[in-house]
Write a protein that binds this ligand. Structure first.
Ligand SMILES: C[S@@+](CC[C@H](N)C(=O)[O-])C[C@H]1O[C@@H](n2cnc3c(N)ncnc32)[C@H](O)[C@@H]1O
Length: 246
């Protein structure tokens, strides 16, 4: 999905009234599209949401209670159709996975694949990841946060919509355990450079790259069809991994 066309130019910035600061302007990293659900996605939502779905809540979830055990928790932001998330959960039964996505057809597709694989170590939110992280996830509860091919928001005047921003990475740092890792990947060089810049300036993180920039794709990040095609065409992909050090 990372090569989906850029959102229409005239998207207005959403203005929301919040409890704390009335009329505060909230810039989101996505624009909700009215995606049509396939029959399979609708069935998956109907049948499997009760098992895999998590509702946004204003106070932190008790994750050991959610999964029925205490295990390292990996959280993925914007999982798209969920292919790589389901594969990772399948490959790492000793870890628990939480996916967050706002695009309903993607959530349906992910639930269908999770159920087909009979996964018990995956749960899914259909909600804005920024709000979920802020309110529903306890501090120091995550071993890894992954952000694969986030919307690049190509145009300069849209860069403020990119999810990787100084405030966002500090929120995320709070949720990681010390020693936990924030793993990003992008196929858009300008976004890779932006990620690096934000992370290098972010207190509390250490770059896991020996050259202090990018890392090789770690084996646990599945290679998608999209990426394989990109590799054949000579397109780049940049992985960045930062550890929470304090
Ligand atoms: C370009 S797609 C990449 C999807 C997937 N990670 C992949 O590699 O195929 C980015 C996804 O992030 C989702 N997204 C963007 N901002 C989000 C947010 N704040 N909360 C949850 N999902 C978000 C979008 O709906 C979209 O599906």
């Amino acid at each position: 999905m990372s090569n989906t066309p850029e959102q229409p130019e005239q998207q207005p910035e959403q203005t929301e009234q919040t409890g704390e600061m009335p009329y505060m302007r909230k810039i989101r990293s996505f624009v909700l599209r009215e995606g049509r659900l396939t029959k399979g996605q609708q069935n998956a939502l109907d049948n499997h949401w009760p098992v895999y779905g998590l509702a946004y809540q204003a106070s932190p979830l008790n994750l050991p209670e959610v999964f029925g055990r205490s295990a390292p928790v990996v959280l993925e932001i914007g999982f798209g159709m969920g292919k790589s998330l389901v594969e990772m959960a399948k490959n790492a039964p000793e870890q628990d996975f939480i996916g967050i996505e706002v695009h309903k057809p993607g959530v349906g597709a992910c639930l269908g694949d999770a159920a087909a694989a009979e996964l018990s170590n995956l749960r899914v939110f259909e909600h804005d990841a920024v709000e979920v992280l802020k309110d529903s996830i306890a501090d120091t509860s995550l071993s890894t946060v992954q952000l694969f091919f986030p919307d690049p928001w190509h145009k300069k005047r849209h860069h403020k919509r990119r999810i990787v921003q100084a405030d966002f990475v500090q929120l995320l740092r709070q949720k990681l355990q010390i020693g936990g890792v924030f793993h990003m990947a992008t196929d858009w060089q300008n976004y890779a450079e932006h990620m690096l810049q934000v992370m290098q300036a972010a207190p509390g993180f250490s770059n896991l790259s020996a050259s202090n920039d990018y890392v090789e794709r770690p084996e646990q990040r599945p290679l998608t069809k999209f990426e394989q095609r990109g590799q054949r065409l000579g397109h780049g992909v940049w992985d960045l991994m930062f550890e929470r050090i304090n």
